[in-house]
Structure formats: structure tokens, C-alpha cells
Design a protein around this ligand. Structure first.
Ligand SMILES: NC(=O)c1ccc[n+]([C@@H]2O[C@H](COP(=O)([O-])OP(=O)(O)OC[C@H]3O[C@@H](n4cnc5c(N)ncnc54)[C@H](O)[C@@H]3O)[C@@H](O)[C@H]2O)c1
Length: 257
């Protein structure tokens, strides 16, 4: 059976756990070699990719640090990055805009948007030269709505859609596509942390909070990280060759526009 991503190399930021690792494994299963770029590199994650028969390079990088991002792409320069997945992200402060502090706002934008811009800019250099590339940005269902207490996170993810559309338009003539995935709540360790904060603010149990979030979607369940991985394969491959600048909802039916 022909693999969809044979002879491609994908770099995934935040690739060592959660959604990023699931995407990395899905791309590897379709033949891609992998670079896991993470603030906290985990050898175990790299081993999971190698167990699928693919090459895997582990890079320690803080994507908010321009010099580190530039240095990482320079080091990788010999072998191209065909697919970039911007997945490293934070949920940001759980605060109303009326209570927002500048430092936590700036810190969330630095990771979710500036990190995405820096990695995209560096990846584009090689992609433009080769006239080929594919960029996938992991946004969120909150890029289609507002959410009480989460205005900072919401703003970073709406920004990501505008960024994606612009990258798509600016680079279409170089045969580079850029799309976003907008997941609903995905069952990762981080989700529990966020739900705990919301549960404590609303003075309800974690289980009650989880039930209300699960019931928010017609499918009445959380999304599995592997389900985001499958959509990433679709966007990274020629299966989606006519799609660029799109934001794909993967929310169990919670968001339909
Ligand atoms: N889990 C969800 O329910 C959900 C829903 C919608 C969107 N998302 C988005 O998906 C992405 C991944 O979420 P997750 O739940 O897998 O998160 P996670 O916290 O489980 O994983 C994030 C990864 O990013 C890495 N990271 C953090 N800061 C970094 C930095 N400065 N530089 C490089 N790497 C860094 C972490 O070490 C970690 O490996 C985020 O952008 C998040 O906003 C998550």
C-alpha cells in the first residue's frame, strides 16, 4: 500500500506529548521522518516514533526564543522540513479581560502566536526555495467563539486563523499550503489541569465539569489525540491538495461553522 507521506520530513513543535506526539505518530505511520521540537524533549517520545520504522530527531527548543528557533532550523538545514506543525501552545491565564494582567497575556501570545510566527518564518525559507511545503497550525474551537475567563487564549487562537490565511495567500505561488485544525476538548493531561481550574472557579467537582464539557458536543465525548493526527495526515498529504487557508473543526459536532 502506498504511504501518503513517503520521503517527507515533518517538524512538530510541542511534539513530545499530547496532541503533538499523536500527530507525529500519525505522520510517521504514513511514512514521514520526524523532528520533535519541544521545550521538554522526551527520549521516550522519539523511541515511539522510531518503533514505527521512521527516523526521529529530538530538538530542545523554546519556540518563543528567536535565536533558538533560528539555530534549530540552521542545524536541520541539510535536510528539508517539508511539513511544519505548529502545536506548542498554552491555555493561558484563566481570567476575565477586566482582571487581565499584562505579563500573563504577553506570555500566552509569545508562545501561541510569536512562536508560531518564528517557526513558520524559518520553515518558509527552505519551503520557498524548494517551491514546496505544508504548514499546519493547531488552533482551537475557541477560534470560532468567545469564552468567559479565557479571553487571552481565545484571542491567540482567533489570531492563528488570520495568520494561517495570510501565510496561505502569501505562499500559494510557491506551492506551499497552510491550514489550521480547530480541536474541541482533547483528552490530554493538560485538559485535566484546565478543567480543574474551571471546576474550582465554578465551585463544582472535576467530574461535573468534565461531564458538562463532554455534553457540550453532539458526540458527547472528548476527542482522542489520534483523531487530530488523522486530520493532520489529510492536510499534510495530497488528499487535501485543493485546500489552503482553511480551518478544520474537529469538535465532535460542537462547532459547525
Ligand atoms: N487538549 C485540548 O483539549 C486542546 C484543544 C484545542 C486546542 N489545543 C491546542 O493543541 C496544542 C497542544 O495541546 P496539548 O493538550 O497537547 O498540550 P500539552 O501541554 O499536553 O503539550 C504541549 C507541548 O508543548 C511543549 N511546549 C510548551 N511550551 C513550549 C515552548 N515554549 N517551546 C516548545 N515547546 C513547548 C510542552 O513541553 C508539551 O510537550 C496547543 O496549542 C493547544 O492550545 C488543545
Amino acid at each position: 500500500m502506498k504511504l501518503l507521506l513517503k520521503n517527507k520530513r515533518a517538524l512538530i513543535t510541542g511534539g513530545c506529548q499530547g496532541i503533538g506526539l499523536a500527530i507525529a505518530k500519525s505522520l510517521a505511520q504514513e511514512g514521514a521522518d520526524i523532528v520533535l521540537a519541544d521545550l521538554k524533549p522526551r527520549e521516550q517520545a522519539a523511541e515511539e516514533i522510531r518503533a514505527l520504522g521512521r527516523d526521529c530527531v529530538l530538538c530542545q527548543v523554546d519556540v518563543t526564543d528567536e535565536a533558538q528557533v533560528v539555530g534549530m532550523f540552521e542545524k536541520l538545514g541539510g535536510a528539508p522540513v517539508d511539513i511544519l506543525v505548529n502545536c506548542a501552545g498554552t491555555y493561558g491565564p484563566v481570567k476575565r479581560i477586566a482582571e487581565m494582567d499584562r505579563a500573563s497575556w504577553d506570555s500566552a501570545f509569545a508562545l501561541n502566536m510569536t512562536g508560531t510566527m518564528l517557526c513558520t518564518r524559518e520553515a518558509l525559507k527552505g519551503m520557498i526555495a524548494r517551491k514546496s511545503g505544508n504548514i499546519i497550525n493547531i488552533a482551537s474551537n475557541v477560534a470560532r467563539r468567545g469564552l468567559v475567563d479565557r479571553g487571552c487564549y481565545v484571542s491567540t487562537k482567533w489570531a492563528m486563523l488570520g495568520f494561517t490565511q495570510t501565510v496561505a495567500l502569501e505562499n500559494v505561488s510557491y506551492n506551499i499550503r497552510a491550514n489550521s485544525i480547530l480541536p474541541g476538548p482533547v483528552d490530554t493531561p493538560h485538559l485535566d489541569e484546565v478543567m480543574k481550574i474551571h471546576a474550582s472557579r465554578d465551585a463544582i467537582t472535576l467530574e461535573a465539569m468534565a461531564t458538562s464539557w463532554r455534553d457540550g458536543a453532539p458526540m458527547k465525548r472528548f476527542i482522542e489525540a489520534e483523531e487530530i493526527g488523522k486530520v493532520a495526515v489529510f492536510l499534510a498529504s495530497d488528499m487535501s491538495s485543493a485546500m489552503t487557508g482553511q480551518g478544520i473543526n474537529v469538535t465532535g459536532g460542537f462547532i459547525m461553522t
